[in-house]
Design a protein around this ligand. Structure first.
Ligand code: GLA
Length: 401
């Protein structure tokens, strides 16, 4: 083949490959993961309980379908090099648990790492990628989170492409969640490799803090993670998502208001919604946050546009997200520690989304306003908006065409 023809064929192949990879997660994945609450303290009973609770609480029907078993599930390799399952945690075997999860209308997520060992020191996939992918497929996995501990000297792009190819070779569709903490700017090359990529180090359950784990690594509060998303929105879209890490709603020192704001902001970011709270002790308030269908609809909007913010005076941030059919989500967020009285003159609100090439023009068009947390109509953009927003709280509106 002549050079230009070869280049064209190659770029078409890459284009179609990226598009078919995208189809595995056309909206941000939703589920529940063991790590934020349980780290390594889980077994098959706990995961069955969580699967049951996802169903009975209504979370599954709200969209949380992936049950993701994070680090600490693998055993040693057998004599042929196949990965085994930690038998202490899974006396009935992981296949039985997988069948149970599927029988409840849920999907199974598993975890591995590109090094020889996971972050928790358990067996990981380096040098066994194709064999491990085969095991994940046999176990009925629908999702793989692939971590980045113990990978000194390895090329990230190559390591993630190897596991992507290994997953593809099994013939079983598995969402591929790339967890290399943004170290190698995966937003620049992740599309066509995985469906979501972590943009930061780990989240922790505080509003604003940095935990340095005795100088070993940092984990970050909700506000720190939020600010690290700046500049990344152009790289996200249907099937290829920036992942600002899992939800801490209902965890640690977050108040109910902060949990609600955290969830709202993740929805404005079109983030994957992976809950990480203990569903056995979840409060009614946390459940209401996690299952508000109008808020989730903003995250799951089929345009898949990640929102953006305008920073105003007095700790006010105004977030915008274009939605399908000409609607917009607009969220007023009080980052400060005092109640904030806001007055918003909609008729002066002409906001451009330079990445998506869309414009919210309230000067030319009147939208009706819906408070999606309260699920009530609150007038139109023909009138000014006056509201008081409590510290760390949000007012999230859907502007309806
Ligand atoms: C890393 C990841 C976390 C979690 C832990 C498990 O820190 O970033 O999300 O998977 O490893 O050990």
């Amino acid at each position: 083949m002549k050079r230009p023809l070869l280049a064209l064929a190659l770029s078409l192949a890459l284009h179609f490959h990226a598009r078919s990879a995208d189809s595995l997660a056309l909206t941000p994945p939703m589920g529940w993961n063991t790590y934020n609450t349980f780290a390594g303290n889980f077994n098959e009973k706990l995961i069955r309980d969580m699967a049951d609770l996802l169903v009975t609480s209504g979370m599954r029907d709200a969209g949380y379908v992936y049950v993701i078993i994070d680090d600490n599930w693998t055993g040693a390799r057998d004599s042929l090099g196949f990965l085994t399952v930690d038998a202490g945690r899974f006396p009935s075997g992981l296949k039985a648990l997988s069948e149970y999860i599927h029988s409840r209308g849920l999907k199974l997520g598993l975890y591995s790492d590109a090094g020889y060992k996971t972050c928790g020191g358990y067996t990981a996939s380096r040098g066994h990628e194709f064999q491990d992918a085969m095991v994940f497929a046999r176990l009925g996995a629908d999702y793989l989170k692939y971590d980045w501990c113990n990978t000194e000297g390895i090329d990230a792009r190559g390591a993630y492409a190897t596991m992507r190819d290994a997953l593809l070779a099994t013939g079983r569709p598995m969402v591929f969640s790339m967890c290399e903490w943004g170290n190698n700017k995966p937003w620049l090359w992740g599309r066509g490799t995985g469906q979501l990529w972590r943009t930061t180090g780990d989240i922790t359950s505080c509003w604003s803090c940095i935990d340095d784990h005795g100088g070993k690594y940092n984990s970050y509060g909700v506000m720190q993670i939020l600010d690290m998303q700046e500049g990344l929105r152009a790289y996200a879209g249907p099937g290829h998502w920036n992942d600002p890490d899992m939800l801490e709603a209902g965890n640690g020192s977050l108040t109910a208001t902060e949990s609600r704001a955290h969830f709202t902001l993740w929805c404005m970011l079109a983030a994957p919604l992976i809950a990480g709270n203990d569903l056995r002790t979840m409060s009614k308030g946390t459940l209401e946050i996690l299952t508000n269908n109008e808020v989730i609809a903003i995250d799951q909007d089929s345009l898949g546009i990640q929102g953006f913010r305008h920073t105003g005076p007095d700790s006010l941030e105004t977030w915008y997200k274009p939605l399908k059919g000409g609607d917009w989500a607009v969220c007023f967020f009080n980052r400060g520690s005092k109640p904030l009285h806001i007055g918003h003159d909609w008729k002066k609100d002409v906001t451009h989304d330079d990445v998506a090439g869309l414009e919210l023009n309230c000067a030319r068009h009147t939208y009706s306003l819906r408070d999606v947390w309260k699920k009530t109509r609150i007038g139109t953009t023909a009138d000014g908006l006056a509201a008081t927003i409590a510290p760390h709280d949000v007012l999230m509106l859907r502007l309806i065409q």
